[in-house]
Ligand binder design. Structure first.
Ligand SMILES: *Cc1c(COP(=O)(O)O)cnc(C)c1O
Length: 228
C-alpha cells in the first residue's frame, strides 16, 4: 500500500469516527508521526496535504526542520530530557505533548525566560499506570497544574496520553473516557485548554469516539518503522 492510500484511509477513518461521535472531521487534528521516517517521505506526505508532524527525538526534529517546508507544524511527542530543552525553546516547536514531570517544567520555564519566549504544552498523563511509560499518574495532575500556574511562560494547551498496546477495546475506551473526563474538568478552570491528544495507529478510532481531538498516527501512514 502506498503513502497516498494510507493517508486517505486514515483520513476516512477519522471522518467516520468523528461522525459517529457527533463531531466533524475538521475538529480533529491528524499528526503524522514521522519519527525514523526520512525527510523525502515526510515531504511526500506534506505534498499529499499533511501539515502536522510528530517527532520524538530532538536531534532528528532539528535536522528535518532545517530541510522541510516552513509551514509544517512540528509536534514533539517523546520524553524530553532536561538537557535538550535549550534546543527546542524558540526554535519551531508548535506543541510539546510530553510535559511529564516537575523538573522538566522548571527547565522549560527557565529557558523561556532566558530567551524571552514561551511554549505551548500538553501535560502527559499515564492513565493505565504502566511503569514502562512516562506521564503523571492521574492523582498527581492537580498538584502539578498548581506548580505550572507559577510558570507563566508555559502555556497549558491540554493533555496527552499513550494507551497500552492491546486489542481490548473496552479497556481502551475506558482509559480514553478517563482522559476525556479530566480534559473536560480542567477546561473549565483553564480556558486555554483545547487539545486532547490521544489515539495512535492501533486505537485512534476508539480515542476519537471518546473525545480525542488530536491523533498521533505513525505506522498506519508510513508503515512499520525500521528501527526504533
Ligand atoms: C511512536 C508514537 C506514536 C505513533 O505510533 P504508531 O503506533 O506508529 O501510530 C504516537 N505517539 C507517541 C507518543 C509515539 O511515541
Amino acid at each position: 500500500m502506498g503513502l497516498s492510500e494510507n493517508i486517505a484511509i486514515v483520513q476516512e477513518k477519522i471522518a467516520c469516527a468523528a461522525e459517529k461521535a457527533g463531531r466533524s472531521a475538521e475538529d480533529i487534528t491528524l499528526i503524522a508521526v514521522s519519527k525514523t521516517v526520512d525527510a523525502e517521505m515526510v515531504k511526500a506526505a506534506y505534498d499529499y496535504g499533511l501539515r502536522s508532524f510528530g517527532e520524538n527525538r530532538v536531534q532528528e526534529f532539528l535536522r528535518k526542520k532545517e530541510i522541510l517546508p516552513e509551514d509544517i507544524q512540528w509536534n514533539l511527542i517523546g520524553q524530553l530530557q532536561t538537557n535538550k530543552v535549550k534546543y527546542i525553546i524558540d526554535n519551531g516547536v508548535a506543541l510539546l505533548h510530553s510535559l511529564d514531570r516537575p523538573a522538566l517544567a522548571s527547565e522549560l520555564q527557565k529557558e523561556c525566560i532566558k530567551k524571552d519566549a514561551s511554549i505551548d504544552v500538553l501535560v502527559e498523563v499515564n492513565f493505565a499506570k504502566e511503569e514502562s511509560k512516562s506521564g503523571l499518574y492521574p492523582e498527581e495532575v492537580d498538584s502539578f497544574l498548581e506548580q505550572l500556574a507559577d510558570c507563566r511562560r508555559i502555556h497549558l494547551s491540554g493533555f496527552m496520553t499513550v494507551a497500552p498496546y492491546t486489542d481490548d477495546r473496552v479497556y481502551l475506551r475506558k482509559l480514553f473516557a478517563q482522559a476525556r473526563a479530566l480534559y473536560d474538568k480542567k477546561k473549565k478552570e483553564f480556558p486555554e485548554i483545547r487539545y486532547l491528544s490521544m489515539g495512535m495507529s492501533n486505537d485512534y478510532e476508539d480515542a476519537i469516539l471518546e473525545g480525542s481531538n488530536m491523533v498521533r498516527v505513525g505506522t498506519a501512514i508510513f508503515g512499520h518503522r525500521i528501527y526504533q
